[in-house]
Design a protein around this ligand. Structure first.
Ligand code: 5GP
Length: 140
């Protein structure tokens, strides 16, 4: 798969973006098609197409920066009273740009944003079975 994405150009300064935060590892900028006003993207500067390719240390940094941005969204002019983090890993999960990115989405009542889902109520034995199976598959 071609590792090039528009985010690489944004990180390098070759494509425009409304930047909010930057350090040696991470860049945050406004999503060009916000689902709510103030919708941000936090990206690692190193190329990682998906979670499997992302250094966990940098992944931790994405979350830390997301936390600070959430505080800024609540405290500043955006003035939201809730925030969603969203990360799509893989086509089936809705990933469109193949450079890992954390969406930070400010929420206000009635803003129209939501996830569609059909929750189920499996028996405890099924939950325990899958818990053990997933535990066994954890990377070392
Ligand atoms: P995904 O569906 O991969 O989780 O989200 C990709 C996000 O990147 C979308 O919300 C989309 O609006 C945003 N996006 C795509 N191209 C650009 C761009 O050129 N600039 C900015 N700022 N955001 C982009």
């Amino acid at each position: 798969m071609d590792p090039y994405t528009i985010f690489a150009d944004i990180i390098a300064g070759r494509a425009p973006a409304s930047r909010v935060y930057e350090d040696e590892d991470v860049l945050a900028f406004m999503d060009i098609r916000p689902v709510t006003p103030g919708h941000l993207l936090v990206v690692p500067k190193v190329v990682a197409r998906n979670l499997a390719e992302l250094d966990p240390e940098i992944g931790g940094k994405l979350f830390r920066v997301g936390q600070r941005l959430a505080a800024a969204l609540r405290a500043g002019e955006v003035g939201c009273d809730g925030v969603n983090f969203f990360l799509a890993d893989g086509v089936t999960a809705g990933q469109e740009v193949f450079h890992v990115h954390l969406h930070v989405i400010p929420r206000t009542p009635g803003d129209g944003f939501g996830l569609r889902a059909r929750p189920t109520s499996p028996p405890r034995a099924d939950l325990d079975y899958l818990a053990a199976s997933i535990r066994g598959a954890l990377p070392r």
